[in-house]
Design a binder for this molecule. Structure first.
Ligand SMILES: Cc1cc2nc3c(=O)[nH]c(=O)nc-3n(C[C@H](O)[C@H](O)[C@H](O)COP(=O)(O)O)c2cc1C
Length: 194
């Protein structure tokens, strides 16, 4: 059993996927984990479209942009593309205030729950939104916030302590390295220390 803290430490953005279907019950469970996230004033403006049909996945893929720092190396190749997506929508009839906090909390819940299920994920914010809205028939009162790409992982990226740059990179063996700012640089105790 993966602990929450294990999941937080070990979840990484995955951009290479096995072509094995994810059971529908697991995809529903992931959305349920989003549903239960904190929500400002409990207004709950988020709705979701789950996509797991191959033909729809194929239509969604071209509307997404991948791993800008290592372009075009980070774009999932044919045969390694996501097998499912969760489209995260904001229903603007519910609220537009503070919605990015709500979506952030819900999406992180989904990514961590996916990790526990052995599923790799990538949070995608760089989206051709109008194109995707048309493909998925999203009504005008809903905005596309993010897309979560999903599939069983075919890569194991590693975290490293950031030195000079925040840019993630791939080494000669194809392993993705993800620099994170060191704890000592971001943790201030009792007073802000410069
Ligand atoms: C709001 C947001 C938008 C993102 N958009 C994209 C994206 O459009 N394409 C992509 O490949 N990754 C995207 N990512 C994933 C980040 O590149 C990734 O989280 C970052 O490099 C750190 O790696 P990690 O998730 O493995 O810790 C996004 C992440 C966040 C939080």
């Amino acid at each position: 059993m993966v602990s929450v803290i294990d999941a937080i430490y070990n979840r990484r953005s995955i951009r290479r996927f096995e072509q094995t279907k994810i059971p529908e019950s697991i995809l529903e469970k992931l959305v349920d984990c989003g549903r239960l996230a904190p929500s400002a004033a409990n207004l709950q403006p988020i709705e979701y479209i789950v996509i797991d049909r191959e033909d729809v996945c194929q239509m969604v893929f071209p509307a997404l942009r991948w791993a800008a720092y290592i372009h075009p190396q980070g774009i999932p190749k044919e045969g390694e593309r996501p097998v499912a997506y969760i489209i995260v929508l904001i229903n603007t009839e519910k609220t537009t205030l503070g919605v990015q906090h709500d979506t952030g909390a819900a999406i992180e819940n989904i990514l961590l729950a996916a990790y526990e299920e052995g599923i790799g994920s990538c949070w995608i914010g760089s989206i051709e939104r109008e194109v995707l809205k048309t493909i998925l028939k999203v009504p005008d009162h809903c905005q596309i916030d993010s897309v979560i790409a999903l599939g069983y992982p075919l890569e194991s990226p590693v975290v490293e302590e950031m030195r000079d740059s925040i840019r993630y990179w791939k080494d000669d063996t194809g392993i993705l390295h993800v620099p994170k700012r060191p704890l000592k640089d971001i943790l201030h105790k009792n007073i802000y220390r410069t």
